[in-house]
Write a protein that binds this ligand. Structure first.
Ligand SMILES: [Zn+2]
Length: 312
């Protein structure tokens, strides 16, 4: 009989090793939840009729995948962090929604949103062409097997938009430019006035800019907020009891990027170097937000490079 602590160690060890190796290979994976607390399942919540969110909580942070339901099957937005989580989400969908999953739309290629693609081998997968390129590059650099690469890559890519018509619904998959990555998709269902934003929307969190484009991200948010939608589903962070309050949350996130951009622009106008700007732009009004400590400097340096034309 194994002692309880030995069992806990055996359970935790693989995820500790996995996350450490992943962080070494890919610094952007630092948004991966802390080792040892990795979620293996979450909960499915109906946002409005025919629209659900499957959310997991890791180290106090919420990660969400969207589910659009039609009479002809479901479309999932983002497979989340692991095969186990993705299987748990699919089990929830089949037991509660009772519709087969027909499509998986992936927005961010980052592991916390795309590792679970492995559990969607039987489902038609779609993503932006830059999503595919980013995912492939990340998997090759991370030493993913050919089998994993096949299982995770999309079956179809697009450049500007792709529109589905099934089960009586129009579902638009839109690309508005670079934001959290080079290939973030927005899933918009006009008749239900709801948009799924994946990692384009960090709700009540300081955004992650490790591979982001903050200035372009602002233009993307402007395009998103011009959609005729009332509900904006975040990939990160809490979703208010009244989902219509997400518009105000999106506005608050947009303000973080505006404040960062303006403060960096001021530093550039004064002749500050990147190091000087990184030291000067504190954005202290946001210091209580989760991930502020980890992301403030990353954001300033990344946006400084973008504003001075030093990101290809
Ligand atoms: Zn990400």
């Amino acid at each position: 009989m194994m002692t309880k602590s030995a069992m806990v160690l055996l359970i935790l060890l693989p995820s500790i090793l996995f996350v450490s190796a992943q962080e070494l290979r890919n610094p952007a994976a630092s948004q991966t939840p802390l080792a040892g607390q990795a979620a293996s399942s979450g909960s499915l919540r109906q946002i409005v009729p025919a629209h659900y969110v499957y959310s997991t909580t890791n180290a106090g942070r919420v990660f969400s995948s969207g589910v659009v339901v039609t009479s002809d099957g479901a479309l999932v937005v983002d497979a989340l962090d692991s095969e186990a989580i993705a299987r748990a989400e699919r089990e929830s969908i089949s037991s509660i929604i009772k519709q087969p999953v027909r499509y998986l739309v992936s927005s961010s290629f980052h592991d916390p949103f795309s590792k679970g693609n492995i559990a969607y081998a039987d489902v038609f997968k779609i993503g932006h062409e830059n999503y595919r390129a980013g995912l492939l590059d990340q998997m090759v650099r991370g030493g993913a097997s050919a089998e994993e690469q096949r299982a995770r890559l999309p079956n179809e890519t697009f450049r500007d938009r792709v529109t589905f018509y099934f089960g009586g619904k129009e579902i638009q998959v839109l690309y508005f430019g670079r934001a959290h990555t080079q290939g973030d998709s927005i899933v918009f269902v006009p008749q239900d006035r709801i948009a799924y934003l994946s990692e384009v929307f960090f709700s009540e969190e300081f955004p992650n800019m490790a591979q982001g484009y903050g200035v372009s991200w602002l233009r993307v948010l402007d395009a998103v907020m011009a959609l005729e939608a009332d509900i904006f589903v975040p990939g990160h962070g809490p979703i208010p009891e009244d989902p219509r309050r997400t518009r105000a949350g999106l506005q608050r996130m947009r303000q973080i990027l505006i404040d960062a951009r303006d403060a960096i622009q001021n530093e550039i106008a004064r002749g500050a170097t990147e190091d000087q700007a990184a030291a000067a732009v504190k954005l202290q009004q946001y210091e209580k937000l989760p991930t502020y400590t980890a992301q403030r400097e990353v954001t300033v340096r990344r946006m400084y490079k973008e504003l001075t034309g030093n990101i290809p």
